[in-house]
Structure formats: C-alpha cells, structure tokens
Design a protein around this ligand. Sequence first.
Ligand code: HEM
Length: 240
Amino acid sequence: MVQKLKTSPLTSQPANLLEAFVQNCGTDDELFNSENFQVVFQDLLLTSSDTSSSFLESLILYLTAFPEVQEQIYQEILNVAPNGRVINFEDRKRMPYTQAFILETHRNARNAQNFAPRRALWDFVYKNYKIKKGTVILSDTRLHCENKQIWRDPEVFRPEQFIGEHGEIVNVPSVISFSFGKRNCPGELHANIVTFLVLTALLQRYKISNPVGQPTPRLDMKAGLTLKPYPFQVVFEKRN
Ligand code: HEM
C-alpha cells in the first residue's frame, strides 16, 4: 500500500494523513522519515483508543443508569428518522437532547482526568504560589467539572443544563474534556462524529437496560490511564 501511495502523483489531493505523509516523503528527510512516521501514528493510536473506549463505556453506563434519559434520546431519533433511516451527523442539529447527553457524559465521566503535563517556561506567581521555571504542572479537571460556581448541582446527571430557553445548545465551552489551548485534542471533531453516529445507531436498534434483579451499576469511575466505568452488565434488547 505504501508503495502504491509513494507512486501516486504529488499533485493529487491527499485523502488522509497517511497519504499526505507518504506523498511528502522525499521533500524533507528530517521530517518525513520512517521514525517520524511511526511516532505520528503510534501517538494517534495511543491517544485515541483508550479515551474513545472509556467514553463509549461511559455513555452506555449512563444510558443504563438513567432509562428516562435514554427514552428522550430515542424519541429524538424517532422524530428525525421515523422510517428508521440511517442517522447522519447533520441530524444532530435537530437533536439537542442527544447532544446535551453527550456533553453531560463528558462532564460527569471526566475520562481524560489529567491533561498532558506542562512545564513552566519562566518563574511566575499564581494565586500567591511562586512557581519556578522548569516546574512540572499537572492539571486536575475534577476541580472544574465539580465547581459549584459553574454547575448548579454538579453531582446530578442533568443533560438539560446544556439546553437553552429556545432549545439551543449552551454551556459548550464549559466542557473541557478535550482540553483547550495550543495542545488541545486534535481528535475532538473525529471523536464527536463517531460518538454521535455510534450512539444513535445503537439506540435506534436496541434498548439498553440493567439486567433484572441487579443493582444499578456504580457511577464512580475506575482510575487508570483514563477514568472508566467499573465493569457492569447490560441487556441489549432488539427494538422492532
Ligand atoms: C472521547 C474521546 C477523546 C477525549 C476525551 C480526548 C481527550 C484528550 C485530552 C484531554 C488530551 C490532552 C490535551 C492537553 O494536554 O491539553 C488529548 C490529546 C490528544 N488527543 Fe485526544 N481525546 C479523545 C479522542 C481522540 C482521538 C479519536 C484522537 C485521534 C484520532 C485523539 C488524538 C489526540 C492527540 C494526538 C493528542 C495529543 C495532542 C498533543 O499533545 O499536542 N484524541 N486528547
């Protein structure tokens, strides 16, 4: 495949990062070499897999724990696609509750609990703390996601707090799960598209519930590279 890409004309528009990288091989050996090739794609794999799977598990956890929330999303699905057609990313504009559910899941699950460490480039003072040049700085997103000045009742799972008076989506900048600034997550749009399509395709076909007789799964998260739900069981019941 690499051989085929290498011989594809440089003038053709690359369809993806792999094509762009291979097409540029030979233009600057310091940048476009096999070591950097491996690092770039290894980085993407590492940063995208655990974050995305933890987030999808969290979506299923909250759908199971809050059946009334799941029902509201399903009603939106029926509303935009009454004939069961495939839902596309454009449909999200008519599905505010579904979007709000995704945002509230980001806030509650806090899967990427700590951003990448930073290093102070010079001495500075922050809130009476003297930070020396070279100090490694770690963030803790919990302080933000559970801040009562930003969220009225942070301990409650409430997608509605992302829906404004006229049904518009609000408070989006307050969700920091993809970080912000120069090193924010470059996969944010990709993750948002995949999340929306997977969530709606799942709920269009299945009702997800807690197995009868089992306690509701715990909602606190297990620490690891990312925060993820503790193991839990669910029933997928095919919808007609
Ligand atoms: C729900 C899914 C995801 C979440 C919550 C998430 C979250 C984050 C966070 C918080 C960071 C650290 C940013 C910082 O330190 O300021 C990050 C970095 C990164 N993410 Fe994601 N991410 C997700 C999915 C993805 C996907 C799908 C990709 C690639 C296709 C990706 C690629 C990256 C890369 C390459 C970095 C490193 C950026 C850098 O260091 O400059 N992420 N992500």
